[in-house]
Design a protein around this ligand. Sequence first.
Ligand code: URA
Length: 234
Amino acid sequence: MRDPELRTPSVRKTPASGRGSVSLVEGRVLRSLRELRAATNECRRCQLYRLATQGVPGEGPAPAPLMLVGEQPGDQEDLAGRPFIGPAGAILDRALYEAGIDRDKTYVTNAVKHFKFEPRGKRRLHAKPNTQEIQACNWWLAQELQHVKPRLVIALGASAARAVLGRTVTISSMRGAATPLSEERDAWVTIHPSYLLRMPDEIQQRAEYARFVQELEAAREWLQARPSSESSGA
Ligand code: URA
């Protein structure tokens, strides 16, 4: 996590907009995840709020030993205001279940809190967030980490890995093993469930899914062997 700006933003009029929009820019401390959820909609740290329906904060208990980080909300998440409830969420739920991980005891969030898309007629096509957008949104992830205090953070895919590790990595070089983030916290990198949805070959898809479940299971076992006093309770 590279963003040291953990004390911040108050809501202030943005002179540049001239339309009374607000920007989260300075000296405000979010005291709870409840406050954070409300404040997500005030975020103007990048331009993605302009087209998105709403900011989609993470959800789950705090503290929690395990945090899952995805890329950004998809179409359904944007409309509902909840992370991982669409097609990628369905795969994730099944994989978590098979890996013995209880989603209700896990904090689930995204690297970027607003849906980035390209309009195509009536459809909204997912567009990958760029490094600046991931960095701008890192402030929110840092806030979530402060409140949730997870022992292990699982990054789903390259954008999440970029956000959690603060650098660009390839999934193949990092997946399936713990990477220390601090004395109290490790990261675990694996694929994003949408990657499975995009695979045209069914046999390959099944094999990748099985590997995904194995990696989640290995992460659970790793975590069970290293309980944290900060985030016990799962
Ligand atoms: N993909 C993500 O990365 N996050 C979601 O919440 C949904 C789809």
